[in-house]
Design a protein around this ligand. Sequence first.
Ligand SMILES: Cc1cc2nc3c(=O)[nH]c(=O)nc-3n(C[C@H](O)[C@H](O)[C@H](O)COP(=O)(O)OP(=O)(O)OC[C@H]3O[C@@H](n4cnc5c(N)ncnc54)[C@H](O)[C@@H]3O)c2cc1C
Length: 407
Amino acid sequence: MDKFDAVIIGGGPAGLMAAAVAAQRGRNVLLIDKNRLLAKKLRITGKGRCNITNAADIPDLILNVVTNSSFLYSAFYTFTNENTIRLFNSLGVETKVERGGRVFPQSDSAKEVADSLVSYAKKSGAAIISGCAKDILISDGKVFGVALSSGEEIYAESVLIATGGVSYPLTGSTGDGYKFAEKAGHKIIPPKPSLVPLNTKEAWVKDVMGLSLKNVEITLKKENKVLYKDFGEMLFTHFGVSGPVVLSSSAHIKNTDGEFTLIIDLKPALTFEQLDRRIQRDFQKFINKNFSNALVELLPKKLIPVIVELSGISPELKVNQISKEQRKSLAYLLKNLPLSITGARPIEEAIITSGGVCVKEINPSTMESRLAKGLFFAGEVIDCDAYTGGYNLQIAFSTGYLAGENI
Ligand SMILES: Cc1cc2nc3c(=O)[nH]c(=O)nc-3n(C[C@H](O)[C@H](O)[C@H](O)COP(=O)(O)OP(=O)(O)OC[C@H]3O[C@@H](n4cnc5c(N)ncnc54)[C@H](O)[C@@H]3O)c2cc1C
């Protein structure tokens, strides 16, 4: 096989972006992906809608990176979120901005985003083949190519590892890049699940499975220390909780030693006093009804039996017999619904892998390894991760762009 200027392992958003940019610089680039269908993970992002990036300004983008945000300064300022939006618009993907600055394709189609990125890489002149990289070829501290599982060897001046993390392995991200990086002497921060649903001790979550709460505030605590607070949407599942705010909170559970509690404020727009007055009004309205029938205007139907049970107030008690103390403790419960977190779901179910190639050994301005000449990294394989909101794809695009400029 010919010798290439650069071989890129991985045809996800990071690898495809790098391939396009390097090819436009006139580099003879070959991209290899183990899947015939490129950007497999990108196609399922944002529940099939793809939250491409976030429209926040750059300091805000950086604030939304949970791990190693300062490593990303150069990447975020070189290829910004505006560049991402402009690029996709130029590729024919119209975009729209939704709640929280989340940018989506107008078509709500992740497939459109993925297809446009693949054709961008191809049109820019990158060669693309399907194949599985087995190893990188390295000697005297310099890479010189990639060995494939087929036994074939491909020679190149530069090799970019853009193999992603280890979550959702059916998409092709199975952690191969860590092995390659270790061969070059890189330290790997042990992979952990991030942006992952959480298991709870409380069995009642099963009874409300499928219930999505749109405007709640959650507080994640370890013992008495607040680790994370957020406002938005969450979801109950058969094992516990999920949805955007819960996923973001999971980024703060670095290990499961200790007691974690998730407190849900079901009425964050009301102060305790306002909520108490609201309950009084509802009780007035339903004065002759049983307690269990007096919460219909306050709570989603599915949640009422749970709250009735947790309140300790008999469901049959007439509303006019509920004491002031009982009413106030109900208001407290609605603003402080507690869940004991027993752990995170497995890494295979995580949106993001936290951990990966240690950033200290990568040049943040070029994405080149500080240990092996010609070796580059981009995307989720690097030890950087962010909250939900389009930030993780922006990491892939920005680091992919920088690598593409320098391979
Ligand atoms: C369900 C889900 C929803 C998500 N939604 C969003 C969202 O809306 N917004 C957002 O910002 N982020 C989202 N993310 C995260 C985002 O998808 C990832 O951060 C992003 O895909 C990482 O890009 P990457 O190019 O680094 O890696 P990947 O997309 O994982 O791509 C890596 C590629 O490398 C290939 N590969 C691996 N090993 C080899 C090998 N040995 N040889 C050849 N090829 C190999 C794989 O086949 C794969 O195609 C979501 C993730 C998931 C799982």
